[in-house]
Design a protein around this ligand. Structure first.
Ligand code: FAD
Length: 239
């Protein structure tokens, strides 16, 4: 059995984003307090960070204790999708309308200042609060898995064997509406105390980026299968 919808490309996200461009509204929980000028509620900024990131960290309370679990995700419009086994504690807990907090962090550089105190990192990060809903409909689940796969490698879904009904039923997909959201962004050089600028110590930024190395073909790959373009030219910035 094959599930149809979800034939949307990355362009669909961009078009939908343009229609949804109103900024997020800060709430008591999402008001950035330390260095608030680094905080932003700009939807475009938030979505660029989410689309470039690969891993989110999901915080929730299970059996009365806090837990934070790293996991993959994908975004379509104003919804974040995560997926996992039906047996997973996280998915069982989150599927029961638990409050969750999701973070995504991109580290853009090490900010090496002249004093220990002013060392920092250049980063872009997002914090999301909300409650996720279980996606029950199989076609919608399939569409969400397409979103998830496209997020990791655009073009991959169109080439691979897609989930069958058993696989879909064994997978829990959760949809988290992007409503209560903030981003925080630091850019630029170190900000040292004026008297420290004369110190004879190197200072500046060491930029960091996630860059792929040469692909390693699977040992069992039949001969003659070329490396796809989206693998050869993989770039997290190109979303
Ligand atoms: C980059 C990345 C992407 C991932 N993507 C997915 C995904 O898309 N879907 C998915 O279901 N899972 C994903 N995982 C795995 C995820 O982190 C959990 O391990 C998984 O959901 C298993 O849940 P569980 O119910 O067994 O864990 P739980 O029963 O909730 O975990 C029990 C305990 O196991 C330990 N534990 C669980 N996971 C980890 C971990 N990752 N690292 C260290 N200790 C751990 C913790 O101590 C935790 O309290 C990803 C992990 C990483 C690092």
């Amino acid at each position: 059995m094959r599930f149809q919808p979800a034939a949307r490309g990355a362009g669909a996200n961009q078009l939908k984003d343009k229609l949804l461009m109103a900024d997020f509204v800060p709430t008591e929980r999402t008001q950035v307090r330390r260095l608030p000028k680094r905080g932003t509620y700009d939807r475009d900024t938030v979505y660029q960070i989410l689309d470039e990131g690969l891993v989110c960290h999901i915080g929730f309370v299970a059996d009365g204790k806090p837990v934070v679990i790293p996991t993959g995700y994908g975004r379509q419009g104003d919804t974040l999708y995560i997926h996992g086994s039906n047996a997973s504690r996280m998915f069982r807990t989150l599927g029961q309308s638990a409050d969750i907090c999701v973070t995504v962090t991109l580290v853009d550089g090490l900010v090496l200042a002249r004093s220990a105190f002013h060392h920092s990192m250049n980063y872009r990060s997002v914090v999301i609060f909300g409650k996720a809903k279980v996606v029950e409909d199989l076609a919608e689940k399939n569409a969400a898995l397409h979103v998830f796969t496209r997020h990791i490698a655009p073009g991959r879904w169109e080439e691979i064997r897609q989930p069958n009904e058993n696989e879909l039923r064994a997978t829990t997909v959760l949809a988290l509406p992007l409503q209560e959201v903030s981003a925080k962004v630091r850019t630029g050089p170190p900000l040292d105390d004026e008297e420290d600028y004369a110190l004879p110590v190197w200072a500046g930024v060491l930029p960091l980026h996630l860059t792929p190395e040469a692909p390693l073909a699977d040992d069992r790959l039949p001969k003659g299968i070329a490396i796809p373009e989206y693998v050869r030219n993989y770039d997290r910035g190109k979303r």
